[in-house]
Design a protein around this ligand. Structure first.
Ligand code: FAD
Length: 386
């Protein structure tokens, strides 16, 4: 296998790197200190990507995409992460909603929703998790009752990232009670809901960010044409979304870990700690971890480009990324000495925020324990734990 860029990929990498640097020179908040400033940056970055024609690179041209191979998307993500570009405010629309609609949508749904994701008219959130259903997602209890012209939805969602900014929601709700289907995976429907009737309340994370929310649905009307896939067949559609979450995000994750390691290394050198045996050993170990993460990601991409479905490798990448991000940010805080644990200097505030935020990395997109079970069962072939 040749891990190097082709001539076309190298030329695209150069073009995109130059474009990102050029645009980032005009970012509204260079060191966003609070949530509103970060949201401004995320919104602004989404506009830049749309304006530069860098959204939907792999989508078919008939829906406004560029029809390019997935390697180009990976290059865009890697170069963005390396330069600390914000995650666009409609990242979930581009990475999850659009690709899922491409697979399961009717022609009318594709023609309506896909261009709106690329031109910034719509911002999406993912209304899957509930207070009583996270790892065990199929145990969700939000109900959608048929009304003749659609559904009336009641229930509660939680940890819904970007819902405060979104006007559309990938909403999972039960349309047939489990008692009637006999299987918890049947009877769930995947609705493309508007958020205007949903009561959305922000949740503040330990680092002060308020990127995710609780959503309360009380008699929310969802029209008939908003069903994605079959009524009661939403689990299959949800698995497609979760597959894109693992597949596409993996390229963002390994690039993010590489960027964090690079920054950590500079910090250790600047602090005169490169000769400290403990620190040097830890940086070396992390460099090896990051390298193996990025090689596993490349291998995954190669499999995807040959038409294979991502397997348990995605769980290995997710697990390794979470642990690496936690270790990198922990060492960065430690190497800052006293300043590393007080929030006096803006220089250290970013690392402290990153350290605290990294706790969530072992929960979001599937917890460490769940990833370990998937690796045990699907990669190592061990007996099922339950
Ligand atoms: C930053 C962040 C952003 C998020 N964004 C979104 C979003 O946009 N949309 C959305 O729908 N959700 C989102 N989530 C929710 C996320 O998907 C869930 O938190 C996750 O699936 C875990 O579910 P839970 O929180 O209910 O924990 P639980 O499933 O209740 O798990 C609690 C503990 O039990 C363990 N556990 C559970 N089941 C098993 C098992 N079978 N074997 C071993 N251990 C087990 C878990 O590992 C965990 O330690 C986000 C979460 C975070 C942290």
């Amino acid at each position: 296998m040749d891990f190097r860029d082709t001539a076309e990929e190298a030329s695209f990498r150069k073009e995109v790197a130059g474009w990102i640097e050029d645009r980032l020179a005009h970012i509204p908040h260079e060191h966003p200190a609070d949530h509103d400033a970060k949201t401004d940056n995320a919104r602004w970055w989404q506009e830049q990507l749309a304006d530069g024609g860098y959204l939907g690179l792999t989508w078919p041209e008939q829906y406004g995409g560029k029809g390019m191979p997935i390697a180009y998307e990976a290059i865009l993500n890697a170069e963005s992460a390396r330069r600390h570009a914000p995650f666009g405010i409609n990242g979930l629309g581009v990475i999850l909603a659009g690709p899922t609609i491409l697979v399961h949508g009717t022609e009318e749904q594709k023609a309506f929703y896909l261009p709106r994701i690329l031109n910034g008219d719509d911002i999406w959130c993912q209304g899957f998790s509930e207070p009583g259903a996270g790892s065990d997602l199929a145990g969700l209890s939000t109900r959608a009752e048929e009304t003749g012209d659609g559904w009336v939805v009641n229930g509660q969602k939680v940890w819904t990232s970007f819902a405060h900014a979104a006007n559309r929601c990938m909403l999972l709700a039960r349309t047939t009670p489990q008692a009637e289907t006999g299987s918890k995976h049947e009877g769930i429907s995947y609705l493309l809901a508007d958020t205007d009737q949903i009561d959305i309340r922000p949740l503040v994370m330990i680092n002060g960010d308020a990127d995710f929310n609780e959503m309360f649905l009380s008699d929310v009307h969802v029209p008939q044409d908003r069903l994605l896939g079959q009524q009661g067949g939403g689990w299959k559609v949800a698995l497609t979304t979760l597959g894109f979450e693992r597949g596409s995000l993996a390229f963002v994750l390994s690039a993010e870990a590489e960027a964090a390691l690079e920054e950590l290394t500079s910090r250790v050198i600047d602090a005169g700690l490169a000769d400290e045996p403990d620190i040097a050993r830890e940086v070396g170990r992390l460099a090896a971890d990051v390298r193996s993460l990025s090689l596993t990601t490349t291998r995954q991409m190669s499999a995807l480009m040959q038409g294979e479905t991502p397997g348990g490798d995605g769980s290995a990448v997710k697990l390794a990324w979470a642990q690496t991000m936690q270790a990198v940010t922990r060492l960065a805080v430690r190497s800052g000495g006293d300043a590393g644990v007080t929030e006096d200097g803006r220089r250290d505030a970013g690392w402290i925020s990153g350290f605290l935020r990294a706790r969530g990395n072992s929960v979001e997109g599937g917890t460490d324990e769940v990833q370990r079970s998937i690796i045990a069962e699907r990669v190592l072939g061990l007996p099922k734990s339950r």
